[in-house]
Each structure stands twice: as C-alpha cells, then as structure tokens.
Write a protein that binds this ligand. Sequence first.
Ligand SMILES: NC(=O)c1ccc[n+]([C@@H]2O[C@H](COP(=O)([O-])OP(=O)(O)OC[C@H]3O[C@@H](n4cnc5c(N)ncnc54)[C@H](O)[C@@H]3O)[C@@H](O)[C@H]2O)c1
Length: 307
Amino acid sequence: MQALVTGGAGFIGSHLVDALLARGDTVRVFDDLSTGRRENVHAESELVEGSVVDEDAVRRAVAGCEVVFHQSALGAVARSVADPRTSDRVNVHGTLTVLTLARDAGVRRVVFASSSSVYGGAAVVPTPETVPTRPRSPYAVSKLAGEWYTRVFAELYDVETVALRYFNVFGPRQRPDSTYAAVIPLFTAALLADERPTVHGDGTQSRDFTYVSDVVAANLLAAGGPPETSSEVFNVAPGAGSSLLDLLAGLGRVIGVEPDPVFVEPRAGDIHTSCADASKARTQLGWAPEVTFEDGLARYVDWLRSG
Ligand SMILES: NC(=O)c1ccc[n+]([C@@H]2O[C@H](COP(=O)([O-])OP(=O)(O)OC[C@H]3O[C@@H](n4cnc5c(N)ncnc54)[C@H](O)[C@@H]3O)[C@@H](O)[C@H]2O)c1
C-alpha cells in the first residue's frame, strides 16, 4: 500500500513510518521540519517538504496514496496558549486542507491524530469516548475541530476517516531539549544528569502514559479497520493512569537512583487525573497495549543514554 504520513519527521510519525516500511508498504513523509527532524526521516521513505497549510504541497503529498496518517500538528498546550492563531492555522486549517485534498485524490482512509486534551479533565475516570468534551486550551479546541472535520468528511464524502485520541505518548526520539518537552523526557534527563526533577504540584496528578509502539499499532489497525469504524473516534491508552510520583519511582528503579524532586507551584490549568477507557478500541479495532509502563521507561532510558 502507498501511505502518506504527515508529521513523519516527528516523534510518533517517524515510528509509524518505520512500522509501515517494515511491513512492506511504500511510504511518503510530508513534513515542514518545524518540530520534526530530518534525521528521523527513514532513508527508504520519500520526503516531501512542505506545510499542511500549503495546498500545492499537500496535493503533491497525497497523490496516489491509499491511506493518509495525519500526524502533523503543532503540539503542546502551552504553545497554543501563547499563540492560539498559529495552532489553529496548522491544526485546524491544515487538517481541513489534508482532508479535502485527500478526498479529491481518492484516498481510501484518513487516520487523524487527536488528543485526550479534548476531555479537559472529565468527571468520569476511566474516561470513555462518550463523555462530553470540554477543551480547556486552544490546542484542545483545534484537536476537537479536527475530529469533527474528519467525522463530517466521512459522512458527506467518499472518504473514510478515523480519529484516535492519544493520551501521553512516550518513547525514543522524544526529546528533553525541545521548548515544550514532555514530562518523561524532562524527568529522565534530570535523573541521568544527577539533577533534581521539578514537579509542579504535589505529584499525585496522573497521566495515562502510552508507549509509542502501541500508538503505532493502533494506527495500523485503524487504517485497516472495517467500514463501520469509519467516522468513529477511539481512545488509545492502556487505561492505567500513573501519577508523577509513580513515574519518578519507576524511572528511579530503571536508572538506579533515588529521585529527590523539587516541588513547585501547580501549573495553571493542569488536569489532575487522566485515564482512558479504551474498551472501544479493544472491541472494534482489536487493539491492546503490549508494552508495560516500566518496560517502556527502560527502553526510553536506554535511548536517551545512548544519544
Ligand atoms: N506526543 C503526545 O503525547 C501526543 C498526545 C496527543 C496527541 N498527539 C498528537 O500526535 C501527533 C504527533 O505528535 P508528536 O508528539 O509526534 O509531535 P512532533 O512535534 O514530534 O511531530 C509533529 C510533526 O509535525 C510536523 N509539523 C508541524 N507543523 C507542520 C506543518 N505546518 N506542516 C507540516 N508538518 C508540520 C513537525 O515538524 C513534526 O515533525 C500530533 O498531531 C499531536 O498533536 C501527541
């Protein structure tokens, strides 16, 4: 199959490219290399450089593709709070552009990377897809808009779509030195450097950490899912919900240190508990997470140590 991975130079997208190539697909990467890196782009994939808001570039990228994995976006809640219009342009207008030109090119199915942020701290935990959404940042609004566009496209036009709500994804190629680095890279880098990790709040806030290969597996299943999965949205996370203190303890065991965090004020707008009910993905896509939290942490630590 000819596949397109937008954001294929980024963290999750590049792992997806590797998996598609490994199973024999032909892969095109579309990326503007704004947060992604050229060194992440697999040598056997074709790189089309450009922005998702550039119609001509997107048209070139989708041509001849059967499936589009739309992973590109400007991530990070804080970035969207600082500059909501740029997040909107890339994440909403960019998604609409990809969907429109994918439809025009006769793409069979588009798989869209959405986010647990659309829940905005749901009252029901573990949280199923049926819980009302309550975005609390421009980023979350942009992901919810992308979801609705993917759904409406499947209902109105001859293109299938699936949206996957990722929770906190982690794994190799996730960098601690980027402007909006995630918590696992930051904690790991601090512990490896013999520094005290900074915890906002008391560390009891929890996240549903998901190893990147499990997210890749969900994408492959979503791309090949039966027609009735089209226009649907699926949570993708183990449903385990680990606190930041659990995370530090796990990293401490893997690295062989006793973490001694510095506790600072909670971050405004931080959600306390995030945990998925992923039974819909299990029953309708046949997805199940395979990498345990501690195995995932060990693989991440190995990667960061070797870099
Ligand atoms: N990492 C997570 O925990 C997480 C959680 C929920 C959802 N997501 C979503 O998953 C997807 C992948 O995230 P990631 O963590 O791999 O982030 P990433 O920043 O590593 O990857 C995003 C990629 O998109 C590219 N990109 C950004 N703007 C672009 C534009 N205008 N045109 C073309 N390419 C552009 C970047 O260069 C980068 O390669 C994103 O849609 C993100 O919102 C990630």
